[in-house]
Write a protein that binds this ligand. Structure first.
Ligand SMILES: C[S@@+](CC[C@H](N)C(=O)[O-])C[C@H]1O[C@@H](n2cnc3c(N)ncnc32)[C@H](O)[C@@H]1O
Length: 334
């Protein structure tokens, strides 16, 4: 569990940044140790605080109300304690929790306790993961009611139905990083736009000239259009269709490939770049044992297209599953 360690005099500035960006770990308290303050942050946000010291917190202090484990321990047999969910996702006013099958008979109890911990929630859904290339969620209602919500993040607002489309709060650090890389006047192609995960912050926080936003799933596309309106994004051209077939060619300074299983689309992404070249942000979910695979895939695709490539960045976005990480490769292609 990470924290930013800073002298007291700088603490307020850093606290405000951590709160504003959603980087502050809401389950832990800010602690003062001597002349220093530790501000707890979620994994994936380290880069945002790169000018400060990042530490592994040795004695984190948890907010009592967020400690689901603490609340459930007296209610669940001891031999199952290690399976109690340590965390859950909150999207707008809905919680999504992964519950192992061994805790099947306690699923509703777990949901009720989450509702008690967060009285503003309207529903808790059990999260069975996402299916296929469309990343459709597989959920089951456990407590409360409703599946449509409004999620606020990084100065943007997203409307979505959690039963129809996914949302990864863990990708926030990557959205912020991307926004910082964009130069005024760029043309960007977002090949897997979803409900606007990247398109919306790019439209809101950059002076990109144009963003082509492509999405295949009509449910996601519906929310993409709605979120463009909600955020008053004016420079977005939306395309409903398969990015393998509809991605415009030769137009982009930057291509975002924000799908973790999209290596087959690399050639199309390269074709989307302007003839003088540009940058591709290629995402992949990769076992740590073959961690170089995404870089090799980008290099091979560029070579196949007869273009030169320079890998300018390679970073972990978040953990995907045990031994598997979600990474992003930045590649300059000319
Ligand atoms: C869910 S997003 C990935 C998550 C996102 N990067 C984030 O920050 O949370 C991937 C999107 O790509 C869309 N998609 C999958 N295959 C596609 C294709 N061939 N063309 C266009 N969109 C596609 C899916 O429907 C989905 O909405």
């Amino acid at each position: 569990m990470k924290a930013v360690r800073i002298p007291r005099v700088e603490a307020e500035k850093v606290r405000r940044l951590a709160e504003k960006t959603g980087a502050k770990d809401k389950n832990r308290l800010i602690v003062t140790r001597g002349e220093f303050v530790e501000i707890p942050i979620y994994d994936g946000y380290e880069e945002l605080f790169s000018q400060y010291e990042i530490i592994q917190q040795e004695n984190p202090v948890f907010k009592k109300k967020a400690d689901l484990l603490h609340v459930l321990k007296p209610l669940i047999p001891e031999n199952l304690h290690h399976l109690i969910p340590r965390s859950y996702k909150i999207v707008g006013d809905i919680a999504l929790v992964k519950i192992p099958h061994e805790l099947e008979s306690f699923a509703e109890l777990i949901a009720e306790k989450i509702m008690e911990i967060h009285p503003r929630l309207k529903a808790v859904w059990r999260d069975f993961g996402k299916e296929g290339m469309l990343r459709r969620p597989h959920l089951q209602l456990l407590s409360g009611e409703g599946s449509e919500t409004l999620h606020r993040e990084f100065g943007c607002v997203y409307r979505l139905d959690v039963t129809k489309v996914m949302f990864s709060p863990g990708n926030l650090g990557e959205k912020m990083r991307l926004v910082r890389l964009v130069r005024n006047g760029e043309t960007i192609v977002d090949m897997f736009a979803g409900i606007g995960y990247f398109t919306i912050p790019l439209a809101v926080h950059t002076k990109a000239r144009r963003i082509y936003s492509i999405e295949i799933n009509p449910d996601s596309y519906h929310y993409l259009l709605e979120n463009i309106q909600l955020n008053r994004a004016e420079n977005v051209i939306t395309i409903l269709g398969d990015s393998m077939k509809v991605t415009p060619e030769g137009v982009a300074d930057r291509v975002v490939m924000g799908h973790i299983f999209c290596h087959e689309f690399l050639q199309v992404a390269i074709c989307a770049l302007k003839p003088e070249g540009g940058v591709i942000h290629y995402h992949e979910s990769v076992p740590e044992a073959v961690i170089q695979r995404p870089v090799e895939r980008v290099k091979n695709a560029a070579e196949k297209a007869g273009r030169k490539v320079e890998i300018t960045g390679f970073r972990k976005v978040k953990n995907y599953s045990p031994g598997v990480v979600h990474v992003v490769v930045d590649a300059k292609i000319v």
